[in-house]
Design a protein around this ligand. Structure first.
Ligand code: GDP
Length: 459
């Protein structure tokens, strides 16, 4: 999966900027650095240097920093070139580096290859490598802080501590396997069941934290549905405006505008407006509608908005039909919030006497919107505390879920009347493997490749 060749990439974002950074990493970089600058570079010192083309003409005056292996991000020799940040200029610098690094086999880096090398050289584990990508992609301040904690190893440390506890338990169990007649006695003496319960409790806490972490990282897919004119856009603006949040169409959907992103209490909300869900012969619009349905299938929450003026009125057949279709398309257990808008139009008593379980709001005055926000966050399981939160991914949650299933099974094999230390130990091992996958231990190469290939180039 890995190549030993030196790699190069622009590490900064495409476009014009004051500074653009090019990163080179590889087993032997000094010869390349010398060819570039005709100067021996001292590690970890800034060097103001001039880079010239083959004819001796200046390409750029830049700052070069050389990090000698293994004290670098990737664990290999690393050369960082801080150039001026013009796309054409960076292109020229790259070209010159590739020319002069040809003998050493210098090649352009694959997406995520720098992080992959850092991982393979044990500078960071897999969860930390993922946290780098999450830090860069973070959609809110809370997500930045969460990713920074994961990158520092907060999540990995908890996982490793749990793995260690399971290891200790396994050592105990496996050392007794040769004495089957002592199984019951062993379980009692070693307090194996209590220790297993403690491990399960810790895993449960980790899962809860990771669930929060996934919300922090990915945000919430919220479907906003209802008849025309019930106030969907007004509600969206109200939710966005109050938080002084950014209302931006998701890139690529400007023509179909099916999705808006806002943040509520620091949690990104991707709102799918179902207003556009209709029959169409326009190909682009049809594509947008198809994407809306895909988003609905992955929804975390749906809000059905009604107009207070029509609570008792029967919704039109078309609206009911759309509602039924949406309900059918939602993932299992997706919470549904019924919300009635335009409370300001209700007579005072009516709004107080309403026995409907629906939430009453006014997008116009903001009445009830705060409660709605809390309800939205509660419905998707957001615990409300960003204190100490980490970021996590679906992959982590899946591993934690599988580990929990194995621990459940191991508990069954240690239950009275059903004791099998061998199976007990085996399930412990399987649980441990799943936890190890989170930090990258024993993960198959193809999966690793898949994870890192989702990173962008230069990372
Ligand atoms: P949409 O078609 O569901 O997106 O509905 P809009 O947000 O465009 O609102 C339709 C109309 O209802 C507009 O004239 C809004 O000003 C009005 N409206 C929206 N929310 C409220 C509300 O809470 N109270 C009152 N009185 N009018 C509202």
């Amino acid at each position: 999966m890995t190549r030993k060749l030196p790699i190069i990439a622009v590490a900064t974002a495409p476009g014009k900027a004051g500074v653009g950074v090019i990163r080179i990493s590889g087993p032997q970089l000094l010869p390349i650095a010398e060819a570039l600058f005709h100067k021996a570079l001292t590690p970890r010192q800034t060097n103001l240097l001039t880079l010239r083309d083959a004819r001796g003409e200046t390409i750029d005056q830049l700052i070069a920093i050389y990090f000698a292996a293994p004290a670098s991000f990737t664990g290999e020799d690393v050369l960082e070139l801080q150039c001026h940040g013009g796309p054409q200029l960076l292109e020229l610098v790259m070209k010159r580096c590739l020319e002069l690094g040809k003998d050493q086999g210098l090649v352009i880096a694959e997406p995520g290859e720098f992080s992959l090398r850092a991982y393979l050289n044990n500078k960071i584990d897999l969860a930390q490598a993922e946290a780098i990508a999450d830090l860069i992609d973070a959609q809110s301040e809370a997500a930045v802080r969460g990713a920074a904690r994961s990158l520092q190893g907060v999540f990995s440390n908890d996982i490793n501590a749990l793995i260690e506890e399971i290891t200790q338990l396994r050592i105990l169990v496996e050392s007794t396997l040769d004495f089957p007649e002592e199984e019951i006695e062993f379980l009692e003496n070693a307090q194996a069941r209590q220790r297993l319960s403690a491990v399960m409790e810790k895993l449960h806490k980790l899962r809860e934290g990771a669930k929060q972490g996934k919300i922090l990282r990915d945000g919430i897919q919220l479907v906003l549905a209802g008849a025309p004119n019930v106030g969907k856009s007004s509600l969206l603006n109200r939710l966005a405006g109050e938080e002084v949040a950014i209302v931006t169409p998701i890139a690529g959907t400007t023509r179909d505008r099916v999705k808006e992103s806002i943040t509520i209490s620091g949690i990104p909300m991707h709102i799918i407006d179902t207003a556009g869900l209709r029959e169409t012969s326009d190909l682009v619009e049809a594509k947008g509608i198809e994407r809306s349905w895909e988003a609905i299938q992955a929804a975390d929450l749906v809000i059905f908005l009604q107009d207070s003026n029509s609570i008792n009125a029967i919704d039109s057949a078309a609206v009911l039909d759309l509602k039924a279709q949406i309900l059918k398309a939602l993932p299992p257990k997706c919470p549904v919030l019924e919300v009635i808008n335009k409370s300001d139009l209700l007579a005072n008593e009516a709004s107080h006497q309403s026995e409907s379980p629906s939430l009453l709001i006014s997008a116009k005055t903001g009445d009830g919107v705060e409660t709605l926000k809390q309800k939205i966050l509660e419905s998707v399981g957001w615990g409300g505390s960003q204190e100490g939160a980490i970021v996590a991914r679906r992959r982590h949650l899946d591993c934690l879920d599988r580990a929990a299933t194995h621990l459940d099974k191991s508990q069954q094999f240690a239950a009275d009347g059903n004791i099998s230390l061998e199976l007990f130990a085996e399930e412990l091992r399987l649980a441990q493997d799943q936890l190890g996958h989170i930090t990258g231990k024993l993960l198959p190469d193809d999966l690793l490749g898949k994870i890192f290939s989702q990173f962008c180039i230069g990372k």
